[in-house]
Design a protein around this ligand. Structure first.
Ligand SMILES: NC(=O)c1ccc[n+]([C@@H]2O[C@H](COP(=O)([O-])OP(=O)(O)OC[C@H]3O[C@@H](n4cnc5c(N)ncnc54)[C@H](O)[C@@H]3O)[C@@H](O)[C@H]2O)c1
Length: 333
């Protein structure tokens, strides 16, 4: 199969590319490089430095491809209430451009990476037949893409699947981004002998997945002929933990035990976010193989191997007011 991956220099896109290449598929992809890292790319891959919003270029790039896997996004949920223009452009406009370019090129199947932000603050664990109730521009834009994708696929007869990954961690994930990826931020700071920074009381609950446990599920959404028009949560539902507990796990792994710093909570941050994995277990054979403790260890091993980094504030904070986190406006992470 000829498979095209958007956001291929990012975390999920690069792992997916490696996996699909190892299965013998022809893989190519694009990234705007607003966040990606070229070192993540498998060797000798055809790569386009293209923004998905560039409809004409994307229409050219997709010529001859059977499957499009859309991983490109600015996956910054917390930032999205302060940079809604920037975030939604890279979610909604970028996706509609890519969906349209796929239809023009007669792509057979389109796989979209949505987000558990689609469920908002509903009672966890979230399951796929809950109505979406997003709480922030990031989640709203993801749901808008889902709806547009379904409609355009129906009209133009393209197959689709929607993945709902949640808090995936592991090598290739950006750990110098002050706006997201809480586990990586804690590890990067602790390894620099700096305490974890926690928004609010730290009793927010989350569930983390290790990349190796989810990559074959994403692969099936692209390749399994019997799975079409499905929306599936991708990740575990066994080990839910609070952010306070996560900080302790990271401290144990890094050996840095100073108390975390608590800063005011961020508006619209969901209290408890975890997904049911039943559908993934039934349809994709999902199984959690990596414990949370090992996920922290393997992610820390990667950051040690690559070297700790200073945090880079290269994304726009569009709305600066008294409720914008000072960690971002004053660059204190
Ligand atoms: N990793 C997770 O835990 C997680 C959880 C839920 C949802 N997701 C979704 O999965 C997808 C992949 O996430 P990820 O963790 O790999 O993120 P990532 O930031 O590592 O990768 C996304 C890539 O997309 C690129 N990009 C952003 N806007 C673009 C544009 N307009 N055109 C082209 N490239 C663009 C970035 O440069 C980046 O390399 C995203 O859609 C994200 O919303 C990820």
């Amino acid at each position: 199969m000829k498979i095209y991956i958007s956001g291929i220099a990012g975390f999920l896109g690069s792992h997916l590319a490696k996996r699909l290449l190892s299965l013998g598929h022809e893989v190519s992809g694009n990234d705007s490089m607003i966040q990606g890292d070229l070192n993540n790319l498998p060797k000798n891959i055809k790569f386009h430095k293209t923004d998905c919003c560039n409809f004409e270029e994307m229409t050219k790039n997709l010529k001859g491809f059977d499957i499009v896997f859309h991983c490109a996004a600015t996956a910054h949920e917390g930032l999205s209430v302060f940079s809604p223009n920037f975030i939604t452009k890279n979610i909604y406009q970028a996706s509609v451009s890519l969906i349209s370019a796929s239809i023009i090129n007669k792509v057979k199947r389109f796989v979209f990476c949505s987000s558990m932000a689609r469920y908002g603050n509903q009672k966890a664990p979230f399951h796929e037949d809950m109505s979406p109730k997003p709480e922030d521009p990031y989640g709203i834009a993801k749901v808008a893409v889902e709806e547009t994708l379904k409609l355009l696929c129906e009209v133009h007869s393209m197959e689709y699947n929607i993945a709902v990954p949640h808090n995936i961690v592991g090598p290739n994930q950006k750990y110098d981004d002050p706006f997201r990826n809480v586990m990586s931020i804690f590890i990067n700071r602790n390894l620099q002998k700096k305490p974890s920074i926690i928004y609010g009381d730290g009793n927010q609950k989350r569930c983390f997945s290790y990349i190796d446990d989810v990559i074959y599920c994403l692969e099936k959404l692209a390749l399994d002929k019997n799975i079409n028009k499905e929306i599936i949560n991708i990740g575990p539902d066994e080990e839910t933990i609070t952010i306070n507990e996560l900080a302790k796990l990271v401290a144990n792994e890094t050996g840095y035990n100073d108390k975390p710093i608590y800063v005011p909570g961020r508006p619209k941050e969901v209290r408890e976010a975890s997904c049911s994995s039943n559908k993934a277990r039934n349809l994709l054979g999902y199984k959690t193989k990596t414990s949370l403790k090992d996920s922290v260890k393997f992610t820390a091993d990667y950051i040690r191997r690559m070297g700790v980094k200073r945090f880079i504030y290269d994304l726009p904070v569009e709305i600066k007011s008294e409720i914008t986190p000072k960690t971002w406006t004053k660059k204190t992470i």
